[in-house]
Design a protein around this ligand. Structure first.
Ligand SMILES: NC(=O)c1ccc[n+]([C@@H]2O[C@H](COP(=O)([O-])OP(=O)(O)OC[C@H]3O[C@@H](n4cnc5c(N)ncnc54)[C@H](OP(=O)(O)O)[C@@H]3O)[C@@H](O)[C@H]2O)c1
Length: 358
């Protein structure tokens, strides 16, 4: 079925700026926690932006879960994504609850927004709000790239008046910009959290967000600080050493809390770390994050596989007084800060070009 043409789109007045008008169930919720949103693209509210979507960047925790469930079979991955979107009206993984983001071209700007936002029809943008709240209608999945978690589609999406987005930078290839913007919150938060002289542990330090956090943490901690990178696989460990952003590289599973605790006790002479940044894509890593952190230190859970219950009750259970931050995907100027890392560090750019923009 072809995507509806512009003439067929009916415009309705009075949409809620946060998108509550598109929620089907449960009534009264906002689009992210909603189980189902209205993804009818033959209508739009006058304060919405309708976008022709080209690539979905499914977030790593979600993609990994879907890929595992599909046994790695690309056709089954496609079917799973199509069935999630058909059921929920949005790409929200029912197991992880998370989404991802997209790039596409602005198809139509609602009359209540036209002239009031720095966008025009035809502009190429990246969404900076999660797919887990974005009404999406997929007409066709053209390609699934298992290496980059990117899904090439013919689809349409709606951005609400409160949504954030970025016009794609002219000096970077689109897929590179999409990859880095997917995890933009992590290095931008790292920049705010790491102080000179800090000991910071990055879990998942060879991954897409982890590598940016490692680079940024070392920049901020300086020569008196120490950055410790953790990864669990042989291939990840090889990459971690090649990248060279961390002062210490450890091959450990963050699901093994006691092993992580012992290793960081040893590395810090019993002081433990000031800051833990968790960038893994698997569940059950809350306890290692908490145990590696000193009293009154900070744990930043960027991973979408974090359980609030496990973190809160686990910290209480071992009598550890740590500040725990939920990895808000957004922090002020996160897109600019993160895109700038690709311009600032030729090494980061090369890693991203080779690994995430294929
Ligand atoms: N908060 C937000 O707004 C937001 C936005 C986007 C993404 N995310 C989430 O952030 C997380 C990281 O995303 P990403 O794109 O950076 O993922 P990624 O590129 O897949 O990296 C994940 C890393 O975790 C490591 N890892 C996996 N299991 C591990 C274990 N048991 N112990 C230690 N390390 C382990 C992997 O390396 P090894 O295989 O070597 O272990 C890998 O390098 C995901 O959960 C993603 O969903 C959050």
């Amino acid at each position: 079925m072809a995507v509806k043409t512009e003439t067929e789109i009916r415009v309705i007045k009075g949409g809620n700026p946060f998108g509550a008008h598109r929620v089907i169930e449960p009534k009264g919720t906002l689009p992210q926690p909603a189980l189902k949103v209205n993804n009818d693209m033959s209508v739009m509210w006058d304060n919405e932006i309708m976008v022709d979507v080209e690539i979905l960047n499914v977030d790593s925790a979600s993609f990994t879960q879907i890929e595992n469930e599909a046994g790695g079979d690309v056709e089954k991955i496609k079917q799973k994504i199509l069935s999630i979107v058909a059921e929920r009206g949005k790409q929200q993984n029912p197991v992880t609850g998370s989404g991802g983001m997209f790039i596409g071209r602005v198809h139509k700007i609602g009359p209540a927004l036209a002239g009031k936002i720095p966008l025009k029809e035809g502009d190429k943008i990246a969404s900076l709000v999660s797919l887990s709240l974005t009404p999406l209608k997929i007409e066709e999945i053209k390609k699934v790239n298992k290496e980059t978690d990117q899904v090439h589609v013919r689809a349409r999406a709606i951005l609400f008046a409160s949504a954030i987005y970025a016009r794609l930078p002219a000096d970077l290839p689109e897929q590179l910009a999409l990859a880095v913007l997917d995890v933009a919150g992590a290095p931008a938060q790292t920049a705010k959290l790491v102080r000179p002289g800090d000991t910071a542990v990055i879990i998942g330090a060879a991954g897409k967000s982890g590598v940016l956090c490692s680079y940024e943490a070392k920049k901020r901690a300086g020569c008196t600080g120490k950055v410790i990178g953790i990864t669990s696989s042989d291939s990840g460990f090889k990459k971690l050493k090649e990248y060279g952003f961390c002062d210490v590289n450890l091959k450990l599973s963050a699901t093994d809390a006691l092993a992580c605790y012992d290793a960081i006790m040893k590395e810090t002479g019993g002081k433990l770390a000031d800051l833990i940044i968790n960038c893994v894509n698997v569940p059950n890593t809350e306890m290692s994050s908490i145990m590696m952190c000193r009293d009154n230190g900070t744990v930043y859970f960027f991973t979408m596989a974090t359980s609030f219950t496990k973190a809160a009750l686990g910290a209480e259970g071992i009598g550890r007084d740590v500040n725990m931050i939920i990895g808000n995907g957004y922090t002020k100027d996160h897109a600019e800060i993160t895109i700038n890392l690709l311009r600032e560090s030729p090494k980061i750019r090369k890693i991203y070009e080779e690994t995430y923009a294929a």
